[in-house]
Design a protein around this ligand. Sequence first.
Ligand code: SF4
Length: 262
Amino acid sequence: MNKANNTRADEMSTRILVSPNSKNPKTGDIPQIMIGGSKAEGLASCKGCPMLSKKMGGKGEKTKCYHWGGSSQMGHIAMAKANDKDPDKLREDLSYQLSSPKVSRQAQYVRLAVGGDPSALGRERVEEITETVKAHNFKGALGYTHFYQGKGSDLKGLVMASVESLEDADRAVDGGWRAAVVLDAVHPDLTVSRAKRFEGAPLWTGQDFTTPKGRRVTVCPSQTGATVKDARGNQRPIDCNTCGMCDATQNKGGDIIGFLKH
Ligand code: SF4
């Protein structure tokens, strides 16, 4: 797959849906952007992804994607349906949604592509999104593409390259990307039922990770139980909003961020 798979017309016609807030404790209460104004459009943005089953348009045997294989797709689909029914709510208008009184005053970042892959938008639109986010006084956008070597190759410097192995993380960083990699270690707080999915993988007990080329991996602090002081001086768990290491335009946290299986 290469960049030619995205035509300019595709990039302009792929819709986004914006929610001004979120109940996701991992990201914190920040605005969220979904790629795709319908389930089909969202899935089309992910076409060819190794995390998606062949049946769903991907390259994998099973769907391992947290969005399309989990419950977060329900929010995406519900939002798409609501948007079709009631377009006056301007869910496709990023600037409008970021100006909403529903946006938390504490929100510092915007989550780009909770579902769907931003490669479907192309560089120009992702740059526009980043500029709009900054114009609304956010620090930046947090986003990932599974297609850093293919149809998302023009998003270098704007989003993280989402990769499946430490070897691939080296490859991405050698190519000038910051990378987000799933580590071969299971989050210790995983429920027994979910842990079954990762049978055989070791439990994370605080071990560090280094790539074959010797690059250090920073484990996502929201998974390690790290805390941060809030405005009242109380310690509270770090979330994406207080962390921001996955803002690919910055280098907070180094070249590679690692995620425990969860
Ligand atoms: S490293 Fe930070 S920004 Fe990235 S996923 Fe973890 S908490 Fe969120």
